[in-house]
Design a protein around this ligand. Structure first.
Ligand code: NAP
Length: 265
């Protein structure tokens, strides 16, 4: 029996079979969880539904996290279908493309700042509020995805780094508020993974190559690496962990300095 047997999870943020949310969904399915998926718009519905069905899920719901009425509607649908809910995975982020390239000072408009924080951080608070009634009396778990750009400057990541810093604070404040109800809140800080969202960040290829060169494990992380850690954090195996940011990055964030490998002679 898997370590998520009997758990019901909503997965928000599958765009393709390369999405981090998809890696998490696969790990959770393998460990016995029953899954529901959301999709942002009609175009994505066509992609998400077959993926959901391949993991025995018949529950796919429209959910643009920008829109409060869609959040309410999605959780109403979950309530009708399941009554209760154990896990929410929030794997959503967005910033206008011009803001995640080049100069941070020049390219961070008020509007780009607002959008990045609204979609990438506020949405986690909104989902937590909507999930809370369905998690009453359950060992609930909320999980989000963050990146090292919350803690350190990274070329081109710009306003998204600020939004991730907000998201990480969000994890701690939600954990404090929801802990007394038995709901845990954590984040995985993943190393670079080639996804649609990553393709929008200027210089992503260089970031990817740099990590493989400098990380202690000398490689980038896989969807499986991130999925397994996320599944663990949302399971009762992690019952004592909340308000935590868990790095799944091959150790890159722990390195102060490294030298390129000398070729062996
Ligand atoms: P992805 O496959 O492109 O997934 C991002 C998802 O966010 C997409 O499904 C996207 O839908 C969705 N989204 C954006 N705006 C939304 C909205 N208003 N409402 C609902 N959904 C919305 O990329 P990913 O890399 O797996 O990203 C998942 C999470 O991991 C993000 O929080 C990202 O910052 C984080 N992360 C990624 C990396 C990396 O290197 N890839 C590293 C660390 C953390 P659309 O495609 O329709 O916009």
């Amino acid at each position: 029996m898997g370590f998520l047997a009997g758990k019901r999870a909503l997965i928000v943020g599958v765009a393709t079979d390369r999405s981090i949310a998809w890696g998490i969904a696969q790990a959770m399915h393998r460990e016995g969880a029953e899954l529901a998926f959301s999709y942002q718009n009609e175009r994505l519905q066509e992609r998400v539904r077959p993926l959901a069905e391949s993991l025995d899920s018949r529950l796919t719901l429209p959910l643009d996290v920008d829109r409060d009425e869609q959040i309410d509607q999605a959780f109403e649908s979950l309530k009708s279908a399941w009554g209760q809910l154990d896990i929410v995975v929030h794997a959503v982020a967005y910033a206008p493309r011009e803001a995640i390239t080049g100069s941070f000072v020049d390219n961070t408009s008020r509007e780009a700042f607002r959008i990045a924080h609204d979609v990438s951080s506020y949405s986690f608070t909104a989902l937590a509020r909507a999930a809370r009634p369905l998690m009453q009396g359950r060992a609930g778990a909320l999980l989000t995805l963050t990146y090292l750009g919350a803690m350190r400057s990274i070329p081109n990541y710009n306003v998204m780094g600020l939004a991730k810093a907000s998201l990480e604070a969000n994890v701690r404040f939600l954990a404090a508020d929801l802990g007394p109800l038995g709901i845990r809140v954590n984040a995985v800080s993943a190393g670079p993974v080639r996804t649609l969202a990553a393709a929008g960040i200027a210089g992503f290829r260089k970031m990817h190559a740099r990590v493989a060169e400098a990380a202690p494990l000398r490689r980038n992380v896989t969807l499986e690496d991130v999925g397994n850690a996320a599944a663990f954090l949302c399971s009762d195996l992690a019952a004592g962990i909340t308000g935590e940011i868990l790095y799944v990055d091959g150790g890159f964030s722990t390195v102060g300095m490294s030298f390129p490998q000398e070729p062996e002679s």
